[in-house]
Write a protein that binds this ligand. Structure first.
Ligand code: C2O
Length: 347
């Protein structure tokens, strides 16, 4: 059976997967959103034209000012407003470190986790989709589209500069000070061992390997099936393992116990960079499907009918299904058409 929506009323405090020392210091730490008993079903948005999510390194000052303003407004909302940045960040904490459970058969509390399985890619599409809608509504611009961090191309292989101005809302102090621009990102980052061969070319090879050689089938790309009642984390897809996980660790701050913010599930949503990293993960899904052959989404009903809950820009609690996420155009956006240089980087 498909994974059902979490039961918000039994949200776990503190979430079970929170690093233990943190639980000890702050047992009341909570990622749980405000509760609403009214759940509405998702309906596709109506729009005149598709929004184009831009590559973060290519946006102009006006765009930066707009995103900065929208995020400032989001950060200024009261903490208990489900649209606030605090609550947006908590979504990741609740869904990813044992905050949520759902009832299934005779077990009233099956743990829910959206990583390391075929839910990874669609869950994060929905997550940033609502984040984008909320930002747009806060600046009364439904055409606002979030930027993607183009880490798969040479021009994007560093932290995009729009995220590094300490006076802007896009900044986060908890990042590795050694990985500030123009430091080249390491898509194969290992926190314990520096990579002596790091170069633009090795990054392009990593992309080729993960997106083409190791992503021939949906199981390789999306990850293993995860159905109602299953134990969490049956197995991650190639993109999630690398470069996605490596980018999280590379971005986080080594001076923090868990490389916060980006280096741990519970805190990564607190860094605005997270939503740009996931913009590109999302873009990779769209690109992968253009490869043809077996690069096709699962047709398994347990995947298509799996569902999640998100608050929208009107504070409505919306139930979404994986099947409604498979075509980003129906959600109203596409990605800026930039080069995909790794396609020919067969190692
Ligand atoms: Cu939910 Cu980048 O992870």
């Amino acid at each position: 059976a498909p994974v059902p929506i979490p039961d918000l009323s039994s949200c776990v405090i503190p979430p079970s997967g929170l690093p233990k020392p943190l639980q000890a210091i702050e047992p009341a730490i909570s990622c749980c959103p405000p509760i609403s008993s009214n759940i509405i079903d998702f309906k596709f948005p109506t729009f005149e034209k598709l929004k184009i999510r831009p590559a973060a390194q290519l946006v102009n000052d006006d765009y930066f000012a707009k995103y900065d303003k929208a995020l400032k407004l989001m950060k200024a909302l009261p903490d208990d407003d489900p649209r606030s940045f605090k609550q947006q960040a908590n979504i990741h904490c609740a869904y990813c470190v044992g905050g949520y459970t759902y009832p299934y058969l005779d077990n009233p509390k099956v743990e829910l986790s959206v990583h390391k399985s075929w839910l990874f890619v669609p869950f994060h599409r929905w997550y940033i989709y609502f984040y984008e809608r909320i930002l747009g509504s806060l600046i009364n611009d439904p055409t606002f589209a979030i930027p993607f961090w183009n880490w798969d191309a040479p021009d994007g292989m560093q932290i995009p500069s729009i995220f590094t101005n300490p006076n802007s809302s896009l900044y986060d102090a908890k990042r590795d000070p050694k990985h500030q621009p123009p430091t080249l990102i390491d898509l194969d980052f290992n926190k314990d061992e520096p990579n002596p061969n790091l170069s633009v070319e090795t990054n392009l090879c990593t992309m080729y390997k993960q997106m083409i050689r190791n992503s021939k089938t949906w199981k390789q790309f999306h990850g293993c099936p995860y159905r109602a009642g299953d134990k969490p984390d049956p197995g991650a897809g190639s993109l999630e393992t690398s470069p996605h996980n490596h980018i999280h660790l590379w971005s986080g701050d080594p001076r923090e116990c868990n490389r916060e913010d980006m280096g741990h599930f519970y805190s990564s949503g607190r860094d605005p960079l997270f939503y740009a990293l996931h913009g590109n993960v999302d873009r990779m899904w769209s690109i992968w499907k253009t490869f043809g052959g077996k690069a096709k989404d699962p047709v398994d009903n347990d995947w298509l009918e799996s569902s999640f809950l998100f608050y929208d820009e009107n504070k409505n609690l919306v139930k979404v299904k994986v099947k409604d996420s498979v075509d980003e155009k129906k959600l109203g956006y596409v990605y800026q058409d930039v080069e995909i240089p790794w396609k020919n980087y067969k190692p």
